[in-house]
Design a protein. Structure first.
Length: 289
């Protein structure tokens, strides 16, 4: 088993060069640590190729823009940095984490436009995010926290600050024996899990929450495309919690989660049925093509 994330062999890309893993550090007065001025991407490399890596690079830049942070690199330069990290560490199959944040500088208040925007990429080998849930089905608690109103925070950014309630909710779920937690949005509609989008099936059709109040995941968009290619009707809409009782199958999508079936949400139960398995297999074939 690999050691702590700050104590490993390997290389990490920081601000234009590869550095030793243990030397990839920042100062305690880094603005992003205090004020959440940080955005990131999670990506997977399959057989030496990052799946939709350029789309992730573009989204990272857009997330930074939404947080008023000008990206110090172009998408092509970010792509090159990710490739350099994979090569330096000898990875063919890995999880890739690209990160952009406001560093330490001459300002340490809320406003810090004079502080540099920094960039780093790390990669590591990471198996199934939910472990055996890939075959047995994940079990989700219902979070007490809700996804925020888009008028209160840039919900379309993959911003570190948006994950605060995710950590809290996942910890609470795990303490009760669940794999993860399902969020409702600020109006009480079904939203997403702590790090994955969610899908349901009924009568051969698929229903998924409309992603205009939380991150429209790249894996989510990919799976919707695969479903439509297979002739499956997909409804992107507001879903009320009481509707969960009438759904047959359920699955999660995300870069880390990939396509993971769900067996339970609170007291609601779902079968790991043919459509869940079909879309999981189709996604697996696509990312390894």
């Amino acid at each position: 088993m690999a050691g702590a994330y700050d104590d490993r062999d390997g290389k990490i890309w920081m601000d234009g060069k590869l550095v030793k893993w243990r030397d990839a550090n920042v100062h305690i007065l880094t603005h992003g640590l205090h004020y959440a001025s940080s955005v990131f991407e999670g990506e997977r490399c399959y057989n030496g190729k990052i799946f939709k890596g350029h789309e992730h690079s573009l989204r990272l830049i857009e997330s930074a823009r939404l947080l008023d942070m000008p990206s110090p690199l172009s998408a092509d330069e970010i792509d090159a940095a990710k490739e350099a990290v994979l090569k330096a560490n000898g990875f063919e199959n890995a999880y890739v984490r690209a990160l952009m944040w406001r560093g330490s500088g001459t300002e340490m208040g809320v406003s810090a436009k004079g502080n540099p925007v920094r960039f780093a990429v790390a990669a590591w080998e990471w198996g199934a995010y939910y472990g055996d849930a890939k075959w047995e089905g994940a079990k989700l608690d219902v979070a007490k926290w809700r996804r925020p109103d888009p008028l209160t925070i840039p919900t379309s950014a993959k911003a570190a600050g948006l994950y605060m309630i995710c950590t809290m909710s996942k910890h609470a779920a795990e303490a009760k024996g669940f794999s993860d937690a399902l969020f409702m949005d600020f109006e009480g509609y079904v939203a997403e899990a702590t790090g994955a989008n969610i899908f349901f099936t009924k009568d051969g059709e698929v229903h998924t929450p409309l992603a205009d109040r939380f991150l429209n995941g790249i894996t989510r968009q990919t799976v919707i495309g695969l479903l439509k290619e297979a002739g499956v009707t997909v409804h992107e809409r507001r879903i009320r919690p009481e509707e969960l009782d009438g759904f047959e199958e359920c699955w999660l999508t995300g870069t880390a989660a990939e396509v993971t079936p769900v067996a339970q949400i609170g007291d609601w139960r779902f079968e790991i049925g043919p459509l869940s398995r079909q879309i999981s297999d189709r996604y697996e074939a696509l990312v390894r093509a």
